[in-house]
Structure formats: C-alpha cells, structure tokens
Design a protein around this ligand. Structure first.
Ligand code: MG
Length: 290
C-alpha cells in the first residue's frame, strides 16, 4: 500500500511561523503555535475552520499529548516546559541546577511518563521575534529528561549544537534528535539517533544528514518506525535504516508535523504561514497509547 494516499491540502493560512502541531483526540482538533504572533490556534477538520485558542501565550513552540490527555508544551518566553490542562497552564520544569533553561523547543512524553525535551537558544537570541532576548545561563543546549515522579532533570544528550525536534522509535530503544545548527555553526544539518536504556542515552550516530536548505526541524515516527520529517520546503519519509522512502514538496518551509484525524492517519504539517494536510496509510508510533 502506498504510504501517502492523497495530495497536499492547504487548510489554513495566516501565521508568521507555524510550529508545534498536536492532535487532540478529545476535541478532534489540531492545535498549533503561531510563534511570532504569540498565539495558539486550533483547526477543526469537521468545520474546516480555525480559531484562536489562546493569545499572549509567551511564545509556545512544540507540544505533545500526555497520557492523561493534557497537553505538554514548550514556552520560549517563560523558558520552560509547561502543561495545559483544560486551559489552565502550569509549570513542569524551568531550570537546571538553579539556572534557567534557554528556550525549550520540542517535547515528547515517554511511555513511563517522563518528559524529554530539547533546549536550543532560538527564543533568547538577540533580535528574536520568538521570545525575549536573554542569556544562556547553564552554558549549553541540551536534551533533557524530566521525571515528574522525582522532579529530577537530567541531561541526556549534550553533544548537539542546536537540538530541535525529537521522537522515540516505536519501542523507545532509540531517541531521534534533529540538530538545526547547520554549516553556519560548523556542523551538518542532521537527525542523530541515540540508543536509550534505563532513561539514559548512549553515544549517538547520524541517522540522516540533510543538505543545506533542507534542514529537519520537527518530526514524528510512525508505527513501523519510519521517520516523517520536515526538510526545508518539503516533507520526507525515512526508513528505520535511513533510506529515503518518499518526499513531498510543500510551497513553504516546513517546521513540524504530526499525525491526527479521526483514524490517526492524517499528517498535519505546519509550514510558515500555513497549515497543510496529507493523507497517509499509517499513524503515529504512540497511537493506541492514549
Ligand atoms: Mg522545532
């Protein structure tokens, strides 16, 4: 069966930089960030309409669904990972060793309830329109694992320059992390893969290297372990061995994507000014968990 079963549909236009998509099973809607406009939007496929879910949100970026149906999201402005439960927003974690985080970018929740997130500096850089300019207080850009049971925050990946999107393989034996620093900062655009055991990451390898202009920002892994990623103005699908399976051109630079829809097989794509959808024959690796 074909992996991609439909053509690209534009659902909404009107963001400056769309990011952070998540499908909400309860409301059957797609929630995402318009970071520079400092707002969160929701699209309802049943009506074909979008509305502003919240404004003055302190520059939220990536988000995911927790096991209890609440939304875990990154806030550049508050420099933290936070929880939105029915519109009530509370902090999950905002500091490491007494120093503030940079500007958490993307987040996943593991099967055991731990919260894994990336912390590049995009929301605190000079001249940023995605947060508030500030200092990098702990002196790195790490991937962290936060355990809500113990309140412990542990760096799990410290060798990437600008860690960005992240996702687990279906059995959570691998953590994929995109590095969006690129050649300008002396490293290739790439997605790295780290073996995971006991909440700790082993040494990483390069899963795929992406050419200049085709960087991966955010991505998801499907039930078969394929990686569906943004890649410049396109979406690409990679097999677990790193082979390219499919590529779909998008008219704008893509930031991120997620599976959703009634049966979980619609791929929602956040791309600069717009939200797009692509029908597929698969679904998220975590589908069935919620
Ligand atoms: Mg991102």
């Amino acid at each position: 069966m074909e992996l991609i079963t439909g053509t690209l549909e534009k659902l909404f236009e009107g963001t400056v930089w769309a990011e952070g998509p998540v499908w909400l099973p309860e409301s059957q809607t797609l929630r995402w960030s318009d970071i520079p406009n400092n707002r969160i939007l929701e699209f309802n496929p049943a009506t074909g309409r979008a509305h502003e879910y919240a404004t003055a949100v302190e520059y939220t970026n990536g988000r995911t669904l927790d096991h209890d149906g609440s939304v875990v999201q990154c806030s550049h402005g508050r420099r933290r990972v936070e929880r939105d439960r029915d519109g009530v927003v509370t902090v999950i974690v905002d500091s490491f060793g007494g120093r503030r985080l940079n500007s958490p970018n993307d987040v996943v929740v593991a099967g055991d309830g731990t919260v894994w997130f990336t912390d590049p500096p995009y929301g605190i850089l000079p001249g940023t329109i995605e947060g508030h300019q500030g200092e990098q207080e702990y002196g790195g850009c790490y991937v962290f694992r936060f355990d809500p049971a113990s309140n412990e925050l542990t760096p799990v990946v410290t060798d990437l320059v600008h860690p960005n999107g992240l996702a687990f393989s279906p059995d959570e034996s691998l953590l994929y992390v995109a590095d969006t620093a690129g050649p300008g900062l002396g490293v290739p655009f790439r997605i790295a893969a780290y073996p995971v055991a006991g909440g700790v990451c082993g040494d990483g390898t390069t899963f795929v290297e992406l050419e200049d202009g085709m960087a991966s920002d955010g991505f998801r892994v499907d039930v078969e372990g394929r990686v569906w990623t943004s890649a410049g103005p396109s979406v690409r699908v990679y097999a677990p061995d790193g082979g390219l399976l499919a590529a779909v051109d998008v008219p704008e630079r893509v930031s991120n994507l997620c599976f959703g829809g009634a049966d979980g097989s619609d791929l929602y794509i956040t791309a600069t000014t717009s939200l797009y959808r692509l029908r597929t024959s698969t679904g998220d690796a975590t589908s069935g968990r919620h």
